[in-house]
Design a protein around this ligand. Structure first.
Ligand SMILES: [Ca+2]
Ligand SMILES: [Ca+2]
Length: 540
């Protein structure tokens, strides 16, 4: 999800360069050709490497520009169109005159990009658990304004226009997004600190607070930071980073030295690199009191400050002319210290409160979801248990049917001929299984209607008891299942026939006793309990 958020909301990627600088990279190519024509064949010449814009559609943007640059008509128009007209969409119209071959390539690029976006949408939906719903891709694609979703197969004038406008717009908001991100980072830091304090005893809390204030004090104690873009600041770079004589300081030479990619402009990255010396006065990665995230925020503020003062045509690039003009302004001679980040609060108390409320809500939602999942899991466990017991019942029923087939039926036939039979067994679930009922009716065996919980009526229970007593009276206890089986068979065959007859004959008396007790427990039951019969035989 994190990854998707980065892709979809292009917020966290560090480093930025404008689309316009990409156009300008292209514009600078002929100059490069002229300078190097003598040594290099033309196809080896490439525009200066442009930095990642940080936009999630950076690749698409660059590929579109690369292909357009191959069209000679478009290239020519590009050189003769000024920035204002490019922004106003005049350049995009020239797409109609671009060669068929390039157009075909652009169509292909767009189809690939649309399919990438569809995959992103699908992945996001899958994560959010909406995979059972039909996804309206067309509607969801609308959120990506840098291409025209109405014609997903071809690259048209509107696509180019949208790409220019979106990239310009998104990059302008990019810094704003970074400031917001930074603010959230600081609020989270404070929130976590407060939480830590909450869990401490008085003594530790006091110590921690003292340490916190000490770190703040140490961080604020640093050498003077020059105003970014001021003569003092640039001279320090000139002297210390470039190793040049401060008396020779010359803005034009300085500009050329720091236009690292040689495109004739100081872009945002080149500008930010100039502040490293100043930042090192305040931020040291090896010191506990300095936070490198804060350093990057400081760098961003410095760059914005310089851009505001120097970039007069607002194309997010500093041209040599703009640079030289700025060096003649009063602000260039600024000697006051730059107000570093820690001198002002990062957020208001209200913002922190709002942020913490939001965090609490998020945690709440998460807990709710966890509880819901737990409930679902318990339900699944219950269903699984039910399935298992059903499976066991079926297995037992099948084993019981084997007994009926192989032992009960032959005995019935042997003892009573063809029947009819009245068979008595209790209400154990396995006896009542559907397959057993079917078996009974198939073989014409009638079942004695038998009440639940009536061990005092069933003589067999007393026979089991007799068998158990005989087993316990043996001189040695069986030590294996095989031993036990043999012992049981032996005792079973030794049971006197009279015991069996007595039990059968007692049935009538038992029925009478139950009648006399009006269905309540009889003395037979009490006797039966006294004999230590296990309750497991009672069917519930
Ligand atoms: Ca440059
Ligand atoms: Ca400019």
């Amino acid at each position: 999800l994190e990854f998707l958020q980065i892709c979809l909301y292009f917020s966290l990627v560090h480093c930025g360069l404008v689309l316009l600088s990409l156009w300008l990279c292209i514009q600078s190519v002929p100059i490069a050709v002229d300078k190097t024509k003598a040594e290099l064949p033309e196809e080896k010449l490439e525009p200066p490497q442009s930095a990642d814009t940080g936009l999630h559609y950076d690749r698409y943007l660059k590929e579109v520009i690369d292909f357009l640059e191959k069209d000679s008509h478009f290239r020519e128009k590009l050189h003769n169109t000024n920035m204002e007209d490019i922004k106003a969409g005049k350049l995009a119209k020239e797409l109609d005159f671009v060669s068929h071959h390039v157009r075909t390539k652009l169509d292909e690029l767009k189809r690939q990009e649309v399919s990438r976006l569809r995959m992103l949408i699908k992945a996001k939906q899958d994560i959010q658990g909406g995979n059972d719903k039909t996804v309206d891709h067309q509607a969801l694609l609308k959120q990506f304004e840098y291409l025209n979703h109405m014609n997903p197969h071809t690259f048209e004038v509107e696509d180019l226009d949208r790409l220019i406008k979106s990239a310009t717009n998104d990059l302008e908001n990019y810094d704003k997004e970074r400031h917001e991100e930074f603010k959230r980072y600081e609020m989270m830091k404070e929130h976590e600190r407060k939480e830590r304090l909450k869990n401490m005893d008085e003594e530790h809390r006091k110590k921690e607070e003292e340490h916190y204030n000490e770190m703040k004090r140490k961080h604020a104690d640093h050498p003077k930071v020059n105003h970014p873009g001021s003569r003092d600041q640039l001279k320090e770079v000139w002297e210390e980073a470039d190793g040049l004589d401060p008396n020779d300081f010359d803005p034009k030479t300085f500009f050329k030295l720091h236009d690292n990619n040689g495109d004739g402009y100081l872009d945002e990255n080149e500008l930010e690199a100039l502040f490293t010396k100043e930042l090192e006065k305040v931020y040291d990665p090896t010191r506990e009191e300095d936070d490198m995230v804060e350093m990057e925020e400081e760098r961003l503020r410095m760059r914005e400050h310089v851009m505001n003062e120097v970039d007069t045509n607002k194309d997010r690039l500093v041209s040599l002319d703009e640079f030289l003009a700025a060096s003649n302004k009063r602000e260039f001679m600024e000697t006051d210290e730059w107000e570093t980040l820690e001198q002002n609060p990062f957020y208001t108390e209200e913002e922190l409160k709002e942020f913490e409320k939001h965090l609490a809500n998020e945690e709440n939602d998460l807990n709710k979801k966890t509880a819901e999942l737990q409930k679902q899991r318990e339900e699944l466990d219950r269903q699984q248990e039910q399935l298992n017991s059903h499976k066991l019942e079926l297995q037992q029923a099948s084993a019981h049917q084997d007994i009926l087939d192989n032992f009960m039926l032959p005995t019935l036939w042997e003892q009573f001929g063809d029947g009819p039979f009245l068979f008595q067994h209790d209400c154990t679930p396995v006896h009542k299984a559907r397959s057993i009922k079917t078996w009974m009716s198939q073989f014409g065996v009638e079942e004695l209607d038998w009440p639940a919980q009536s061990p005092d009526l069933n003589p067999i229970e007393h026979l089991w008891d007799e068998l158990e007593r005989r087993l316990r009276a043996r001189p040695s206890r069986p030590t294996s299942v095989c031993d036990l089986t043999n012992a049981l068979l032996e005792e079973w065959s030794k049971t006197p026939i009279n015991t069996l007859l007595n039990l059968v004959e007692s049935l009538l008396k038992r029925v009478e006793a139950v009648r006399a007790a009006k269905g309540e427990p009889t003395s037979y039951l009490i006797l039966w309990f006294k004999n230590g019969m296990s309750l497991t035989f009672i069917c519930m």
